[in-house]
Design a protein around this ligand. Sequence first.
Ligand code: CTP
Ligand code: CA
Length: 228
Amino acid sequence: GVLSGRPADLAGRRLVISAGGTREAIDPVRFIGNRSSGLQGYALARTAVARGAEVTLVAANVALPDPAGVKVVRVTSALELRDAVLEAVEDADAVVMAAAVADFRPSARSGSKIKKTADEPDAIHLVKNPDILAELGERRRAGLKPYPRVIAGFAAETDDVLANGRAKLTRKGCDLLVVNQVGDDLAFGTPDNAAVVLLAEGEQVDIPRGPKEALADVVWDLVAARLA
Ligand code: CTP
Ligand code: CA
């Protein structure tokens, strides 16, 4: 198959991957969500297992079957995803945050379904969610467990892709950031992906348009090198 023939260079490594997109509840039947399919995170999980790793996949709202040989933890909201990632990284070597985490959530969830009224509706008041990737970087900087040795993120940008990506990498204190250009027909829900990986040292690795497994393998090459 497409996954055979890989080196076992991640044997004995414990890896945590977040995938999919969080949902922030408005009421029992409605949420604020995003277009992440989880395909890139699942490709990361499959390729990591193929290279010998022990993988925990924190999956937010994905319609994908559990990959073989992976521990899958299903979550819904950003706060749940934060708890699951912090628990999973306790004995992990590396984390890759491929999930699209909602930046904001409704300040309160209505316990009953919001009804249509004759008047215009109330505005939905939002509050900030924790930035999980930045928190992991901050914990590592401060030596505050739990944090893994290697920390990687993804960033979807529509404009000034490289400059925004570089600023984001620095702000979040991660080792590498995979930057995608997104638009109406790019990246979301498609089998292919093209990206640039920015490294903390200033280097950049271009990944041409290709299967999400190929991008995943480049990420694992870079992670494996940092763990060696
Ligand atoms: N991320 C996170 N927690 C959040 C928001 C994002 O851990 N609350 C992670 C994502 O999983 C991703 C990386 O941070 O790996 C970049 O996400 P992105 O949305 O591009 O960055 P933001 O800092 O939220 O900036 P903005 O949305 O304003 O571009
Ligand atoms: Ca964001």
